[in-house]
Design a protein around this ligand. Structure first.
Ligand code: ADP
Length: 590
């Protein structure tokens, strides 16, 4: 009996080993060991914004060329992955390469299409594994390197890239650290535009505006919590920011408006592209042309100090630890909207709310700055954006409303001035049945705003040829939605006053079929609080003492947007304060 049990045990163990070995060979990444049919093969998969097509050319045992097309992918995210995955597949001679962190959907599409193309060529195929992130080297094999530069900039978002460009243009050396594999951070998500007053574009387009009005709108929009000197500087230097963007080949000529502004001053690319990825692409082109050392996948972990002065950074890359000695440090790590622990610490009421933030936006800079004595301001001021699609966390730009879109509740009725500030619109939305609403727009708005194409390809939109048809698809009373739009169009045509007091963002009536709706609800969007700075972007302790050698700009800082950020002011912030931080850092080198 005992012997029989032992034999059965041995047989079972052998079967397990055989099954494991077979499983391994079935699932292991395929190498191209010959037997391919020479030729060119193409396959297409769905990426983030649309189709991704991979064309591979093979000899009998070798991939000789890889061409990847994915024009609908966000250039600075999926586009960056596309750029790198072709050479990676060539080098590995396999489609089973690591995905690019932060661009998982595009990476998976490229890899799946490459597998499909190679299967046509005769490779034994299998579904690609989910994108593994490249592993860091084990501690024992890690190198330690010491680097020296004039200025180190931490975080390659809008503020960091702006600062780095100004430093290199002044002839000084700069290292730009970025913890993710792609640049752009939350700046990539900015869609509507950059607010600026008294610009040449406004003058050319007959728009009367003033720095004073911009200052007042920003203070008021932020519930007068903003620091006046910081807000004034933002407004005063905004037009120069637009001029600088012109000078680097990134003009923002199309002007619209966002909630809480009394004049059209939101500057965007002339062709209706989203401002964030447009600027990030332009910045990257410039940085690469000027040979700026952007160290990707390298996270700053702490600041180095010497006698109270900040003199460098410690950072961790994939294969090495770095000590970077610098004469000045500029902190541009963004906010903490993707750090649920920090959200819970400062705003427990927001736990469970979806976040629009890019994955790297985890408040690292705030923690590092605090450790060297920086003060923090307004940490509990966290903005909810009212139009976030909840299944994907996709941000539906305020520009859709600025171009004339409206919001209706589940019954098909408007419930607020859609051009109110984000906090006000979110608060009204949360009072509606189910705490959601629909953004409604028409074909004319779709044609004027490229971001909408992505919403359509990602299946976020419901569309119909008539307003009644749209209502039916949304499960609301057709007559109610029709009456809502008729009433709204009368307001736009000047036949009546709006019940909710809307007077901006109404250039056209909603009359051009098809009609569209996107279901939305509030999501965590911007952390207004952060590191304390003065108007020279110098970091200060809580009692207002300047910390030498230390500058900060962008969402990592607090005090500019007060209790609520106006749409279009984040881009203005990163351009204006990214520039100021660089100028102050440069001045400190002299
Ligand atoms: P801003 O608009 O202020 O420029 P962004 O969100 O656009 O802010 O960019 C911040 C960038 O900083 C992101 O690309 C993010 O990945 C990067 N980042 C955050 N923490 C670190 C860190 N510890 N080291 C390096 N880069 C970081």
């Amino acid at each position: 009996m005992k012997k029989k049990t032992i034999i059965i045990g041995i047989v079972v163990a052998l079967l397990v080993v055989v099954a494991a070995v077979l499983g391994y060979f079935n699932n292991r990444p395929q190498k191209l060991d010959g037997g391919l049919k020479p030729g060119t093969y193409t396959a297409t998969e769905k990426g983030f914004g649309g189709d991704v097509t991979v064309t591979v050319t093979v000899g009998s045992s070798k991939i000789t060329a890889v061409d990847i097309k994915g024009d609908s992918e966000t250039p600075t995210v999926g586009g960056a992955a596309i750029k790198r995955l072709g050479p990676a597949i060539m080098k590995a001679q396999s489609p089973y390469v690591d995905g690019i962190s932060g661009a998982t959907v595009t990476s998976n599409a490229v890899r799946a299409a490459a597998v499909a193309a190679l299967v046509q060529a005769g490779m034994e195929g299998q579904a690609p594994a989910p994108a593994p992130q490249a592993q860091s080297t084990a501690p024992a094999q890690r190198k330690s390197e010491t680097l020296t530069t004039d200025v180190v900039v931490i975080g390659a978002g809008g503020a960091g890239m702006t600062a780095a460009l100004h430093i290199v243009d002044a002839g000084k050396s700069v290292i730009l650290l970025e913890k993710r594999a792609i640049a752009g951070g939350n700046s990539n998500l900015a869609t509507a535009g950059m607010n600026a007053a008294e610009t040449h574009y406004q003058k050319e387009q007959g728009i009367e505006d003033s720095v004073e009005l911009f200052y007042e709108d920003t203070m008021k929009g932020g519930h007068n919590l903003g620091v006046p000197a910081l807000v004034r500087t933002l407004a005063e230097k905004s037009a120069a920011g637009i001029d600088w963007l012109d000078s680097i080949g990134a003009p923002l000529a199309k002007i619209s408006t966002t909630g809480g502004q009394s004049k059209p001053r939101t500057h965007a690319p002339a062709d209706g592209s989203a401002v964030g990825s447009y600027l990030v692409s332009k910045f990257l082109e410039q940085l690469e042309a000027k040979n700026v050392n952007i160290m990707y996948e390298t996270a700053a972990t702490s600041l180095l100090t010497d006698g109270g002065k900040v003199v460098g950074v410690k950072a961790e890359g994939k294969d090495a630890d770095y000590t970077i000695n610098a004469k000045a440090v500029i902190l541009t790590t963004g906010g903490f909207g993707a750090n649920l622990d920090m959200i819970a610490k400062y705003r427990p009421d927001l736990v469970g709310t979806i976040s629009t933030n890019a994955p790297g936006i985890t408040g690292d800079g705030i923690v590092m700055a605090q450790a060297v004595g920086a003060g923090l301001v307004d940490m509990e001021q966290i903005q909810l954006h009212p139009t976030v699609e909840q299944s994907t966390a996709a941000l539906i730009t305020e520009g859709v409303r600025g171009d004339g879109g409206i919001m209706v509740n589940a019954q098909g009725k408007r419930f607020t001035n859609e051009m109110g500030t984000r906090d006000a619109v979110s608060a009204e939305e949360l009072k509606q049945d189910g705490q959601y609403s629909y953004v409604i727009f028409d074909q004319a708005i779709r044609e004027g705003r490229k971001a909408i194409e992505k919403y359509v390809t990602r299946n976020l939109t419901v569309q119909a040829d008539t307003i009644e048809g749209l209502a039916q698809k949304l499960g609301m009373d057709p007559a109610t939605l029709k009456a809502t739009l008729d009433d709204w169009n009368d307001v736009v045509d000047g036949k009546k006053q709006d019940t909710f007091g809307r007077t901006t963002g109404m250039p056209i009536a909603l009359v051009k079929a098809p009609y569209y709706a996107i279901k939305v609800a509030p999501g965590i969007h911007h952390t207004m609080g952060g590191v304390k700075i003065n108007e020279h972007a110098q970091v200060e302790t809580s009692d207002g003492t300047v910390i030498p050698g230390f500058f900060a700009a962008g969402e990592v800082t607090g005090g500019i947007h007060g209790g609520n950020r106006i749409g279009g002011n984040a881009v203005c912030d990163f351009v204006v304060y990214g520039t100021i931080a660089a100028e102050s850092a440069l001045a400190s080198l002299r």
